[in-house]
Design a protein around this ligand. Structure first.
Ligand SMILES: [Zn+2]
Length: 319
């Protein structure tokens, strides 16, 4: 066994994040943990327990650009000179972080406004945004892993599997002979991965339909033979097809609940969030909106729901 899980603490509601050290040449780290002293210390200790130093890492693979997964990348590169590998979709988060953050901020503001989120809540979430920014920093790269690209890890050839949905640039890594798969946050054992709505790649492009992408990615991974999946949080997964079937039916049920609410009358996305998840507060509102908008996208694709502008918001209605 040459792939080792190291569990790193985070201050996020999700709890600790798993990163993976793969022995062999080049010594490879998959994901990093957030940019905190505690995370860096834990990673250093975990790597040391396996007989290595952080400076020995030669290659860092990032499954997706959420702060708990890539936050330490710059500090690790500074200490080790490691090369960074990720999906080209994530390029701005490494090479032009200010632009990526600005684009996300503008997009999220517009999304909240059109979803009917109250102004006071928008202001509060805007104030939280710089706080989130402390958990990652820019670390340039020009090494890309696109769908189907292979890389060698400890003598075996691993395939990149593009799995957008939880994040637009999410990748997993698959080794067909041993049927091992590093799945990032695409598939988690105990919780359903949130299909986070993201800003489009460039101004003027439509936003991606994250839940539609996510369900497609689930079906793509279900088609692979996987003996063990190594996730970004929680325990390994040994029955990925069963878990994927559960996730798909969970989303089908949730879409039906939203359809039933819309049968009672038109609503904004924020009104649906309040009805579906009445206890959500702060940043979790964004997670709730991502879920609800994801299901609205699906219901619209199925021709069951239509959206229309109303008083500066978008309202959704059954049809
Ligand atoms: Zn994530």
């Amino acid at each position: 066994m040459t792939l080792h899980k190291i569990v790193i603490p985070t201050s996020f509601p999700i709890g600790p994040v798993n990163v993976y050290l793969v022995e062999g040449d080049p010594l490879t780290l998959i994901d990093t943990g957030p940019r905190t002293d505690e995370a860096l210390q834990t990673l250093e200790q975990g790597v040391a327990a396996l007989g290595y130093a952080l400076g020995d890492i030669r290659r860092i693979i990032i499954t997706h650009t959420h702060p708990d997964h890539f936050g330490l990348v710059r500090q690790l590169v500074e200490r080790s000179g490691a090369s960074i590998w990720t999906h080209p979709f994530n390029a701005d988060w490494f090479n032009n972080l200010a632009l990526a953050v600005q684009r996300r901020g503008e997009f999220t503001l517009q999304l909240f406004k059109q979803s009917g989120v109250p102004d006071a809540l928008i202001d509060m979430m805007r104030q939280m945004s710089p706080v989130m920014g402390q958990f990652f920093e820019e670390a340039p790269t020009d090494h890309w892993l696109d769908d189907g690209d292979t890389l060698e890890m400890d003598g075996a050839l691993w395939q990149t599997v593009f799995t957008p949905g939880h994040a637009g640039g999410h990748i997993a890594l698959y080794q067909p002979q041993t049927q091992q798969m590093v799945v990032g946050d695409h598939l988690l054992k105990y919780i359903s991965s949130n299909p986070l709505i993201e800003a489009p790649h460039a101004p003027g492009l439509p936003r991606a339909k994250a839940l539609v992408q996510y369900l497609d990615s689930l079906k793509k991974v279900a088609a692979l033979d996987v003996a063990v999946a190594y996730p970004g949080h929680g325990d390994n997964i040994n029955d990925h097809r069963l878990l994927i079937a559960e996730r798909i039916s969970f989303h089908e049920q949730r879409a039906e609940r939203i359809a039933a609410l819309l049968d009672q009358g038109e609503r904004t996305a924020y009104q649906l969030v309040q009805e579906m998840f009445p206890r959500l507060a702060d940043f979790d509102i964004f997670l709730g909106l991502s879920e609800v908008i994801g299901h609205l996208d699906i219901l619209q694709l199925q021709g069951r729901v239509i959206e229309a502008p109303r008083n500066g918001h978008l309202v959704y209605a059954s049809q």
